[in-house]
Design a protein. Structure first.
Length: 129
């Protein structure tokens, strides 16, 4: 079973642990995200934290800002937790939160290299262009 919850400051060490497991590091990133009003969603799969995603209500991309679109950013699922519906559940929760705030669309940005192939396929499967 997948459970999605909104992260709080006490979750920051866990978020950094996931980020590090993904080969990433950005000191202060999660604290800044929370301070700037981004919604960080955490996914638990069978009682274990499996990943996270960030819904940025004030994206840096000018087009998204102009159109009033929030943006899904930094969607990460631990390698051994992939192919279990975790990323899909995180995206669906982001979409639900956006609808609650009367947003008609949501933006997504994903790298165009082979490394991001699974994410590209998932977003396309879910109707993103």
């Amino acid at each position: 079973m997948i459970e999605i919850r909104t992260a709080i400051l006490a979750d920051v060490p866990c978020l950094y642990a996931i980020y590090e497991a993904m080969g990433r590091k950005d000191e202060g990133y999660f604290e800044r995200s929370l301070e700037e009003g981004r919604t960080i969603l955490m996914a638990d799969f069978e009682g274990r934290t499996a990943g996270f995603g960030i819904l940025n209500w004030r994206p840096k991309y000018a087009l998204y800002r102009k159109l009033g679109f929030p943006e899904i950013q930094d969607l990460n699922v631990l390698p051994d937790m992939r192919q279990k519906g975790v990323a899909t559940a995180l995206i669906l929760k982001c979409e639900a939160l956006a609808r609650e705030k009367k947003c008609e669309s949501i933006g997504v940005s994903v790298g165009l290299t082979k490394k991001y192939g699974p994410a590209q396929r998932l977003y396309t499967k879910m109707g993103y262009r």
